[in-house]
Design a protein around this ligand. Structure first.
Ligand code: ADP
Length: 328
């Protein structure tokens, strides 16, 4: 038996035919359900919502109407003359594995947090002046333990974001946030770069301040870390046809085109030595991607090796709020 459920629909969305798996996974039986309007049959469950909202798009998986523990990946495929083929695939096994992976990463990170804090704490207590011969070693140990702590914190942030379907929504005032980001850039750069802030949008965002701050400052920190001394960094907030865009442009090392599509993968780095040398964890852009997904926003990357890069976060108009100052 074919494991996927298949349901052939006529131009009005009525059942013309289905296979035996459609009974097990969707509860549609042949020939009993011939002519049934699919949208009506599933009006009150997740399959119905998928039909209304996602349509052809595979998107997230949905609960099976026959068994809520079974997760289905849905697809609507155009078929023949104005007909459509609905395909539902049981992906419960994969969903469970994904859950095991998430829990494992979250648990390991959590378990590492306490011992690392203890080690780091003792290292901070040791004074290199007491043991001058070991001073360089002590310095290196402190730097590496700090790096490990940062990796663990970033992994925990990612785990939290992965489990979240919705973030708290508040009015995120952009003017003070941008000012904070500029100050952070200056602190990181320590005068090695020219830093400019262009706030042209004069709108606020609807979302989570903490998470947007973390995403935006990751982009700022990358720009500082991947731009040689003497370069420029521009933080920009402006209106675009879709809504508004927060971007960070640098005149740094840039990224060869073949790497662009993979940058947001965990631990993906164009050059490991350069990333580690600048204190990177390899998780920054994954965090940015997750935060933007939870804000229905998109990350756009443009880069030219040797010229520099622009990382832009594009927010829909639905996310924009009028600021108090803009009304004056
Ligand atoms: P990392 O902690 O290694 O910086 P990220 O996830 O923030 O990790 O970035 C992934 C990789 O993308 C980096 O290792 C670097 O190679 C590249 N990258 C990110 N931002 C920039 C930038 N502004 N200019 C050049 N390369 C960048």
């Amino acid at each position: 038996m074919l494991p996927d459920a298949l349901v052939l629909l006529d131009r009005n969305g009525r059942v013309c035919w289905c296979n035996p798996a459609a009974e097990a996974l969707l509860g549609i039986r042949w020939p009993r359900d011939r002519g049934v309007l699919l949208a009506e049959r599933f009006a009150n469950d997740e399959v119905g919502r998928w039909l209304r909202e996602s349509g052809e798009d595979a998107g997230e998986d949905v609960a099976s109407p026959s068994d809520p523990l079974v997760r289905l990946q849905m697809a609507m495929i155009p078929f023949g003359d104005h007909q459509q083929l609905l395909r539902a695939r049981d992906v419960s096994h994969m969903t469970r594995l994904e859950q095991v992976r998430r829990d494992f990463v979250a648990n390991v990170s959590h378990e590492l947090r306490t011992p690392l804090t203890v080690i780091h704490g003792y290292l901070e207590l040791l004074d290199p002046a007491d043991v001058p011969a070991l001073a360089p070693v002590l310095q290196e140990m402190r730097a590496q333990s700090q790096r490990m702590r940062q990796i663990v914190e970033d992994l925990l942030t990612l785990s939290r974001l992965e489990m979240e379907h919705k973030l708290p929504e508040e009015q995120v005032e952009m003017a003070p946030l941008l000012e904070t980001l500029r100050r952070e850039a200056e602190a990181l750069s320590q005068g090695r770069h020219r830093i400019t802030l262009e706030d042209q949008a004069h709108v606020d965002l609807l979302g989570s301040l903490k998470d947007l701050h973390s995403a935006f400052s990751n982009l700022v920190s990358n720009a500082v870390r991947y731009t040689a001394e003497g370069g420029s960094i521009t933080i920009r907030w402006r209106r675009v046809p879709e809504g508004a865009e927060y971007s960070v442009t640098d005149t740094g090392y840039g990224i060869p085109a073949e790497h662009l599509s993979r940058l947001t993968e965990r631990f993906y780095r164009v050059s490991s030595s350069r990333s580690r040398g600048t204190g990177g964890t390899g998780l920054g852009l994954s965090i940015v991607k997750h935060v933007l997904n939870l804000h229905d926003a998109q990350l756009r990357i443009e880069s030219e090796p040797g010229q520099g890069s622009t990382f832009a976060c594009v927010f829909d108009a639905a996310r924009l709020l009028t600021t108090a100052t803009a009304e004056e």
